[in-house]
Ligand binder design. Structure first.
Ligand code: NBG
Length: 856
């Protein structure tokens, strides 16, 4: 039998090479939890343990050509996935038939990122077959958690934006809405992270190196994508003209479908991911006439287009490829949408009634001129009719106010890659500027500011402006963010289109972020409020009266503790650091970015460390600071912060003088699967962005739902969380959005804080020494410089004192275990609003106007 050897081998490897995909499932916790059948929904799929067992064995033998005694865990995982697929595909076919039979209106969610994580456990939970599969595998001598641990994460996204897309498609399917997610079938998702002497090392992610059992290739729906070339104006006999784009190159888009199983499996939608290949139908004559680039280079470029997910905050390099990637994706998706529309319709005036296209950030903006191009040049609809369709079809979600994240492409690049699209954008812009002229006659400044084309040394296409001009609705992702979109980002657009800008507060799927990742708490809620909280998260409120019930508090905190014990093991395996489950687990998990202020957390850690060194008896509840974050490979300061935290961790964790009161752990290769282990074990959730800069945050919701208390600024969704929970049950600190603005406009000088606060000065000066980097003084000085000489753009020093005070309060509160438990329960039970089902219902009511079509 391969089991034991397999386990040992993997565990051995893991200690040596801390960052390989790890066995991270909290087995004991999960096994202890009773997986109760939902009381309100009938079993989604009929399948007995024996049938499941047989299906797995069949797949093992007939599908994978191996046998029970030879198969390793990877094969068992594959066989289990295929067995589950048989049930899923049946529902998928029924759903698709149902939707096309009714010619339903559907939303097409266009996103360059889908951060799906693992699918097996999620699909089993949504089919309500987790315990059936668990039993079946057990009977075959296998532990379901070991088997689930074989699955590589589908990490086709960077962070919150991609994970939001994944939560949304889960909710759309759960609610029974016709929807299709469109994305890219990246060969390599977000890089795998490891640390070498504390520094981040990136390795390619290989999620589908040995195939992916969840995906189905659909060669019958291949699309062809033109690029480069030139545009010809053709005149007809009646003097009318039309445009023909003669491309210099063509790509082929191959679709891979991944079934998205809604909870209780009433609907199985699809996520369609496009893979790029060289197009054999390439027009060599035209190409030769244009004579642009070397043919070989083009072939390999064709395959490069879907090769890698671009990390956020990347540099200039790869701009052309990134633009091509976006266009490739949009062209395939728009053509596919049209193909589906044409299956049942011939009348273009029905298009916007059948089709809603949601643009997830500006990344898929080129879908707008692409639809215009098809309607005007190919369908010959006439500009006005085509434009009317576009304006009724597209909606756009803005996810950030950070100027560097609002995409702009140089006109020159556009002209080279997408000459016809540039013409179309010019025409859209010229008509739009007439509107601006009508509203603000003679105001050239307004025109310059609102124009889709930014003038300057290098003229640029502003993708966000193109979105706002076109879309029928534009939404921000939390109330404060949407308000700032109106007042700060697009104030003139708001004047021009007063009903266009709206808010849809983000949410998270309770299926993955409570039911699957925290089985014990899930079971406690089943028992306390009824099992339908999974589809109606507001139900958790019924547990609020129990917040002061001592017996309930004990159960709630026992679960927290057992989750912490599991995380302690994972920490040991991944980093070899020993931590105690009695300490406060204080967790910051999110992309590494200066506006998210991991460096503020760092300053506070140094503050505690100094206090402990000055007085080893310093009275504090032992604290473990845990981090998980990837830095964009080209983002120097983010990488420095990782390095500094790792160096500080080395020192702190090995300093006997502080008697284990402080530990710092940076877990490598943060990803959905690791989040699923860290979140249930968190006591404190760090949501400490500079007010006004975190559009929403969604980790904040996941952590609170699992009973962590938030230390946070009044930013993003924290504000709405405070409304739901009550600010007194969170640790709110720091400047508000208004105060940030006031301080910045009054002229912020970080030195004022440095000289006035001796503790702050001491920890900053510490970074100049070689205390954390023996023999290499100055290695961490960049961080100090960025916080002083370079202006501390994100106001860490201004918020430092109040952040430390909030942490002091955390320490005091935690000493009263009953009070802490009460607050933890209140936090968790108040998260009903932040359910992605609610977000989707908001989108449906205010933007998409869909009808539900679950399979009966
Ligand atoms: C991110 C924001 C988060 C937000 C997610 C999802 C981008 C560009 N934006 O605050 O930073 O929660 O989007 O809306 O990744």
């Amino acid at each position: 039998m391969a089991t034991k050897t397999d386990k040992k081998k993997t565990a051995g490897k893991a200690v040596k090479k801390a960052t390989t995909e790890k066995k991270t499932t909290p087995k004991k916790t999960a096994a202890k939890a009773k997986t109760k059948k939902s009381a309100v929904v009938a079993p989604a799929v009929e399948c007995t343990k024996e049938e499941m067992q047989q299906a797995i064995l069949d797949r093992l033998q007939k599908g994978l050509g191996t046998s029970q005694d030879k198969a390793n865990n990877k094969a068992w995982w594959n066989a289990t996935c295929y067995a589950v697929n048989e049930l899923v595909f049946d529902k998928l076919t029924k759903t698709q038939k149902n939707h096309s039979g009714h010619d339903t209106r559907a939303v097409n969610y266009l996103s360059l990122e889908f951060l799906m994580g693992r699918l097996l456990s999620n699909n089993l939970h949504n089919l309500e077959l987790f315990s059936v599969a668990q039993g079946a595998l057990k009977a075959l001598g296998k532990d379901i958690y070991d088997i689930c641990d074989e699955e590589p994460d589908m990490a086709l996204g960077n962070g919150g934006l991609g994970r939001l897309a994944a939560c949304f498609i889960d909710s759309l399917a759960t609610l029974g809405y016709p929807a299709i997610g469109y994305g890219i079938h990246y060969e390599h998702g977000l890089f795998a992270q490891s640390f070498q002497d504390g520094r981040q090392i990136e390795r390619p992610d290989t999620w589908r190196e040995y195939g992916n059992p969840w995906e189905i290739c659909r060669p019958e729906s291949i699309q062809h994508v033109p690029l480069y070339g030139y545009v010809e104006t053709v005149f007809e006999n009646d003097g009318q003209s039309y445009k023909v784009w003669h491309p210099g190159q063509k790509l082929k888009g191959v679709p891979w479908d991944i079934p998205i199983v809604g909870y209780a499996a009433k609907t199985v939608n699809i996520l369609r991911l496009w893979e790029s290949r060289a197009d054999e139908a390439f027009d060599w004559d035209v190409f030769n006439a244009g004579g642009y680039v070397d043919a070989q280079a083009e072939k390999s470029q064709a395959e490069t287009v879907s090769k890698v997910l671009y990390p956020n905050d990347s540099t200039e390099a790869g701009k052309e490829l990134r633009l091509i990637q976006q266009y490739f994706f949009c062209a395939c998706s728009v053509k596919d949408i049209i193909r589906r529309f044409k299956r049942a319709n011939t009348d273009w005036s029905l298009f916007a009634k059948k089709v809603a296209i949601q643009l997830n950030d500006t990344h898929p903006t080129i879908a707008i001129p692409e639809l215009m191009r098809i309607l005007v040049d190919e369908e010959r609809l006439g500009w006005d009719a085509a434009w009317a369709i576009c304006q009724e079809t597209f909606a756009y979600t803005n996810h950030t106010l950070l100027p560097e994240a609002l995409e702009q492409w140089s006109v020159g690049l556009f002209e080279k890659v997408l000459p016809r699209h540039l013409e179309i954008i010019y025409e859209i812009n010229s008509q739009f500027l007439q509107l601006v002229e009508e509203k603000w006659p003679g105001d050239d400044q307004k025109k310059a500011k609102l124009s889709i084309i930014a003038e300057g040394d290098v003229r640029r296409v502003r993708m966000a402006n193109l979105c706002v001009v076109t879309a029928y609705k534009v939404n921000g992702v939390a109330a404060v963010h949407s308000a700032l979109v109106k007042t700060d980002l697009f104030p003139e657009f708001h004047q021009l289109f007063p009903t266009k800008l709206v808010n849809v507060t983000n949410g998270i799927t309770p299926r993955r972020w409570l039911k699957a990742c925290n089985p014990e708490l899930s079971a406690l809620y089943d028992e306390t409020v009824g099992a339908d909280w999974v589809v109606n998260l507001d139900k958790l409120k019924d547990a609020l009266p129990k917040a002061t019930d001592v017996a309930f508090q004990k159960r709630f905190m026992d679960i927290k503790r057992s989750n912490k014990v599991e995380l302690v093991k994972i920490i040991k395996e991944l980093t070899d650091v020993e931590v105690s489950a009695d300490a406060i687990f204080d967790i910051q998990i999110k992309r590494l970015h200066e506006y998210k202020r991991q460096q503020l957390n760092l300053l506070h850690i140094l503050t505690l460390y100094r206090r402990l060194l000055e007085n080893p008896d310093y009275d504090m509840v032992p604290r473990v600071f845990l981090f998980g974050a990837k830095a964009a490979p080209g983002y120097h300061m983010a990488k420095q912060i990782i390095y500094a935290l790792n160096k500080i961790a080395d020192k702190v964790n090995n300093d006997k003088r502080i008697k284990g009161k402080l530990k710092v752990v940076f877990l490598p290769n943060y990803r959905v699967t690791l989040a699923e282990k860290m979140i249930p074990a968190a006591d404190v959730s760090e949501q400490i962005s500079t007010a006004g800069l975190e559009a929403s945050g969604t980790g904040n919701m996941k952590l609170a739902l699992n009973g962590a208390l938030t230390v946070g600024t009044m930013d993003g969704a924290n504000i709405e969380m405070a409304e739901e929970i009550g600010a007194e049950d969170m640790f709110i600190f720091g400047l508000s959005v208004a105060e940030v603005k006031a301080l910045k406009s009054a002229g912020y000088n970080p030195y004022d804080y440095y000289y006035k606060n001796p503790e702050l000065k001491a920890v900053l000066d510490w970074l100049d020494s070689d205390f954390f980097t023996p023999g290499k003084p100055g290695e961490l000085s960049d961080i100090k410089r960025s916080l002083l000489d370079w202006g501390d753009e994100y106001l860490c020093l201004a918020d430092y004192a109040s952040y430390c005070a909030a942490h002091q309060k955390i320490d005091e509160t935690y000493r009263d275990q009953s009070l802490w438990a009460e607050k933890a329960i209140i936090n968790s039970a108040s998260m009903g609003k932040f359910n992605s089902d609610r977000s989707i219902e908001d989108y449906v009511a205010n933007i998409w106007k869909l009808e539900k079509f679950p399979i009966s």
